[in-house]
Design a binder for this molecule. Structure first.
Ligand code: NAP
Length: 353
């Protein structure tokens, strides 16, 4: 495959969109920057050079068609995805090109499977929602931990973030999701998403060293509760968040992330620790890296590369773990991510009460 294929980034001027543009350029893709603000796009193009500018708005399908014309794929980085995902995926399906997004809004992720699966399958096109830190990475780790098996009793995804300075887009995504849930909380249990009014609880989680035993918010429900059960028979999928990160996210005073290195990454570090239980056997997979927004770019761009190269397992709407060879995908991210896949029984329990 030639990486000269043109890839459109919708929402290219956002914090995450900029990382995706940089990663596409780094990997040799022709890059088309799109979004609703022509002036911001022109400024980005002046900064980056060698990118095409195609403004488009989600309430003008013809503008989206012009933005995607002749392109090989689109990566949607514009949130809230409750607003952007439908129009952009529909434009991708009209153009007959793959669609990848970074949505971390559970209801928007559910809608992608519910509303667009049939059209994507009929078009023979790949659509990968939540191809990002939340939703994508956890699903790849769970899938890789499970190996050849497709059923388990429980999957747990613990996020050990050093902190979380959210972008404006993250804050808006949280507000939109809260509104869609009418303030209720959500969990995935007994094989279904369930809305509830239970209070927030905490517990300890034993992350691999050097992070070690940490306090986490239990049922800090993230997009993995959509992606994992979309293709694996796991009736209990739970996600957890380090209390430091949950508190920073909740505080209105927490500033947006600040770059500390040449790649534009913040000093945030993360450990994503996955524990899968099946018939009394535990399997673990762990990933470590820096900056949850920055790592989203190699995840999304590697997905595009694999789709365009035909390195996929299915077509239609599919999560990262269903679309790709999960272990191989994780290995390909090794410059950005350090991954340990413990295929056998786990010597220690992640839970401590
Ligand atoms: N799953 C994950 O792990 C993950 C990782 C990274 C990001 N995300 C999600 O990605 C989204 C963007 O995050 P970010 O950090 O890049 O935020 P950001 O810096 O605030 O950027 C948001 C982008 O979305 C665009 N946008 C907002 N509303 C739009 C609309 N109605 N039509 C077209 N464009 C619109 C903005 O354009 P303007 O400048 O014109 O407002 C901007 O380009 C958020 O929803 C976030 O939750 C998820």
């Amino acid at each position: 495959m030639s990486t000269a294929a043109a890839v459109v980034v919708y929402g290219a001027t956002g914090h995450t969109g900029r990382f995706v543009v940089a990663e596409l350029r780094r990997r040799g893709f022709t890059t088309i920057v799109s979004g609703r603000d022509a002036a911001q796009l022109a400024a980005l193009a002046a900064e980056r050079g060698d990118v095409q500018v195609r403004p488009a708005t989600v309430d003008d399908p013809a503008s989206l068609d012009r933005a995607l014309a002749g392109a090989a794929a689109v990566v949607n980085c514009a949130g809230p995805f409750a607003v952007t995902a439908g129009p952009v995926v529909e434009a991708a399906l009209r153009a007959g090109i793959p669609y990848v997004d970074v949505a971390a809004e559970i209801e928007a992720n559910v809608s992608m499977f519910a509303d667009h699966a049939e059209a994507a399958r009929e078009a023979g096109t790949s659509v990968v929602p939540a191809m990002a830190f939340y939703g994508g990475l956890g699903d790849l780790l769970v899938t890789a931990a499970m190996g050849e098996t497709t059923a388990a009793d429980e999957a747990h995804v613990a996020y050990g973030l050093s902190g979380w300075q959210p972008t404006a887009g993250t804050r808006v995504a949280g507000q939109v999701s809260q509104q869609r849930r009418a303030g209720r909380r959500v969990r995935f249990t007994d094989g279904a998403l369930q809305y509830h009014d239970d209070g927030v609880s905490e517990q300890d989680w034993s992350f691999p060293e050097p992070l070690g035993r940490r306090r986490v918010v239990a049922e800090f429900t993230m997009a993995d509760v959509v992606t994992v059960p979309s293709h694996l028979a796991v009736p209990e999928v739970r996600t957890y968040m380090s209390v430091e990160a949950a508190r920073e996210l909740a505080s209105e005073d927490t500033p947006a992330p600040e770059p500390v290195d040449a790649l534009g990454r913040s000093d945030q570090t993360f450990v994503v620790d996955v524990l899968v239980r099946a018939g009394g056997v535990e399997r673990r997979a762990t990933a470590r890296g820096q900056d949850i927004y920055a790592i989203t770019a190699p995840l999304a761009v590697e997905a595009v590369r694999r789709i365009l190269a035909g390195e996929t397992r299915t077509t239609g709407v599919a999560s990262a773990g269903a679309m790709f060879d999960a272990a191989d995908f994780l290995r390909a991210l090794s410059p950005h991510l350090s991954v340990e896949l413990g295929g056998g029984p786990c010597p220690r329990d992640g839970f401590d009460s």
